[in-house]
Design a protein around this ligand. Structure first.
Ligand SMILES: Nc1ncnc2c1ncn2[C@@H]1O[C@H](COP(=O)(O)OP(=O)(O)O)[C@@H](O)[C@H]1O
Ligand SMILES: [Mg+2]
Length: 256
């Protein structure tokens, strides 16, 4: 599949990590060699994939300082085709400023992501909220970007700003393509949620919003707490099915 796909949003709590983990698991399950990279210094990917261990352990931040080699930070998962690079000890130390400075000043991240892609990996990168220096570095290396957008009342105010911010960031990187916006935590039974989803679709160009919406389901939260992607833990769940459908669409699009 040989692509670098970044999951990015100005906002936190919109489903970036959930999306990154579940798309990665959906691809790996169908035999696509996948590398999931956690660039958020909060390091929550490790909880979602059951790699929490007793502490954060070494990861990308430790590779960037030169303290660890790549082989020492690549983790295997329950899925043979899924490997993970966790955020690393920064998730425990909490020194995000030093981490940002490191990511900005080092060329190792771009080299690492490109090398994985060139070895045939689909590289899926989870990012911290915002369009700060870490996200800029990721976007400089990425081929494609997807943007989760939570179906919540604030979306009515923020959707056009979010699109503008992402477009500006994408424009700075000529090789980068905005693959689309993913509506997340949609509540079918909730009139307000439906209105928000309709509004967002009216506001944005049709080809920029995925038809597939990710519903809000208890199973998604339970799976995260249990350290498993919902697509593996509860495949019959509506959010799991939506993530698999999203991976179908992405697989066709990423091949282009
Ligand atoms: N489809 C969903 N259904 C229910 N809860 C969800 C869903 N997607 C995400 N969540 C929950 O919303 C919160 C934020 O999601 P997360 O993926 O961590 O967002 P971000 O990475 O953007 O901060 C988490 O508690 C997560 O379990
Ligand atoms: Mg996150």
């Amino acid at each position: 599949m040989s692509r670098i796909l970044a999951v990015v949003s100005q906002k936190g709590g919109v489903g970036k990590t959930t999306t990154a983990i579940n798309i990665a698991a959906a691809f790996a399950r169908r035999g696509v060699k996948t590398l999931l990279v956690d660039m958020d210094p909060q390091g929550s990917v490790r909880f979602g994939v059951g790699l929490q261990g007793s502490g954060a352990g070494p990861g990308i931040a430790d590779y960037l300082t030169g303290a660890r080699e790549l082989t020492a930070i690549v983790r295997a998962t329950a899925l043979p085709f899924l490997r993970v690079l966790l955020a690393g000890t920064v998730a425990d130390s909490g020194d995000h400023a030093a981490y940002q400075a490191l990511v900005s000043s080092s060329t190792r991240l771009g080299e690492l992501l490109s090398r994985a892609r060139d070895r045939g990996y689909l590289v899926i990168v989870d990012t911290p909220p915002g369009l700060g220096p870490v996200v800029h570095r990721v976007l400089a290396a990425a081929d494609r970007v997807v943007v989760p957008l939570q179906c919540e009342p604030l979306a009515l105010q923020t959707t056009s700003q979010i699109l503008k911010g992402i477009r500006t960031a994408v424009a700075e990187h000529p090789k980068l393509k905005l693959e689309g916006i993913i509506l997340t935590m949609f509540e079918d039974q909730n009139a307000l949620s439906r209105r928000i989803a309709d509004y967002v679709r009216q506001q944005l160009p049709a080809d920029l919003v995925f038809d597939v919406m990710i519903p809000r389901t208890p199973a998604t939260v339970e799976a995260f707490a249990a350290g498993q992607p919902v697509v593996l833990r509860t495949p019959d769940d509506a959010a799991a099915a939506a993530y698999v459908a999203l991976a179908d669409v992405l697989q066709r699009r990423l091949a282009k």
